[in-house]
Design a binder for this molecule. Structure first.
Ligand code: FMN
Length: 205
């Protein structure tokens, strides 16, 4: 009697489970672990070569900067600094040195090399690596916030330091242009679709 009752309860709960999930779309996860959301951010990021002057909200800017702050660094020495260029006056100074594709916000990422960890075995300084991690956090978070962006490396650090004397003691390792894409010209370029295959890139040992 007790057994039959328990079986019945078990059957009911199975049916209820099935019913509960029956109208839920099957999960479209390609990967078994992690979240599709993160892979979608990685997949949707692209280098934007033309920005509109549309406004970027303060709360998005805050979120992006917080992501930069959370970046790890060698020995946790945190040598990276971020200068946010967004006032008309500062943008004009920067654009005289590099047009930055007309972005309304440009983050200049640099480090004081002497604040970064130096590897004893070969004397290599981690500043550039630390800066690259911060920039990657900024770039992906900007994408997550629905903002177009562009990592710029082809600039003259000396000229940037001339335009902004407050950076004169820092290595300038990257600029991140952020904003909304301009119609047509702000779309991904052909290069965005070109990646090596896993077989070309990875060697399993
Ligand atoms: C470290 C780094 C520096 C880059 N510097 C420049 C640059 O100075 N000028 C430029 O046009 N693109 C630059 N890019 C963009 C790359 O050309 C671009 O990421 C690559 O072609 C792949 O295209 P996608 O970002 O649209 O996927 C840079 C990208 C990275 C990651």
């Amino acid at each position: 009697m007790k057994k039959a009752f328990l079986r019945r309860i078990s059957d009911i709960s199975k049916v209820m489970n099935r019913a509960a999930f029956s109208d839920v779309e099957p999960k479209m996860t390609k990967y078994k672990y992690g979240s599709d959301a993160f892979m979608r951010i990685l997949g949707s990021r692209y280098s934007c070569h033309a920005f509109s002057d549309a406004y970027v909200s303060e709360s998005k800017l805050e979120m992006i900067l917080e992501a930069g702050r959370l970046a790890p660094s060698a020995k946790n020495l945190q040598p990276t600094r971020i200068w946010v260029v967004r006032s008309e006056e500062a943008l004009a100074r920067l654009r005289a040195v590099h047009p930055c594709y007309g972005a309304p916000i440009v983050m200049i990422v640099g480090c004081r090399n002497e604040e970064a960890w130096v590897r004893e075995s070969d004397g290599i300084n981690a500043a550039k690596t630390d800066a690259a991690i911060v920039l990657t956090h900024l770039m992906l978070t900007a994408t997550d916030a629905g903002l177009a962006n562009m990592w710029i490396w082809d600039f003259n650090p000396g000229k940037i330091r001339e335009a902004f004397p407050e950076m004169r003691e820092h290595g300038i390792y990257g600029l991140l242009a952020i904003g909304h894409p301009a119609d047509v010209d702000g779309a991904p370029t052909e290069l965005h679709t070109q990646r090596k295959s896993i077989e070309e890139m990875v060697t399993m040992l």
